[in-house]
Design a protein around this ligand. Structure first.
Ligand code: 5GP
Length: 113
């Protein structure tokens, strides 16, 4: 059972601009982009929060990073990008399905707000 908005995107019950998909992950454009390129890379398996990632998810979570690398090549992102995973209220996590934000296309400030 995965009834978050991302579960619906995985199940193609609601549309998304998908940029990459394989058996265990899917990546799509963020509906409210914070940079010219803002992609969400998610596992198809439901893990609600990064704090609930366990040893058994090591390969799965590592895979999200290699997908980011593939997407960077596919979209010809040569000037850098930022990968961010928000956990919980203070970090601003709003969807309870683990997701890696990929931000690119502009100079990103540090520290983040
Ligand atoms: P969080 O705030 O949980 O780290 O990130 C959730 C992200 O999901 C936000 O950047 C938000 O814009 C994005 N988002 C929320 N609902 C949808 C949706 O229905 N479609 C897409 N493509 N992105 C969404």
């Amino acid at each position: 059972m995965n009834d978050t908005i991302f579960g619906k995107i995985i199940n193609k019950e609601i549309p998304a601009e998908i940029v990459y998909e394989d058996d265990i992950s899917i990546a799509f454009k963020d509906v409210n982009p914070q940079a010219p390129i803002h992609i969400l890379i998610i596992p198809k398996k439901l893990i609600d929060m990064p704090q609930n990632i366990t040893d058994e998810d090591d390969n799965l979570v590592g895979h999200l990073f290699s997908v980011a690398s593939k997407i960077a090549k596919k979209l010809n992102i040569t000037n850098g990008y930022r990968l961010v995973m928000n956990n919980g209220q203070d970090a601003g996590q709003s969807v309870l399905h683990v997701h890696l934000h990929m931000l690119a296309g502009r100079k990103l400030t540090w520290p983040p707000g």
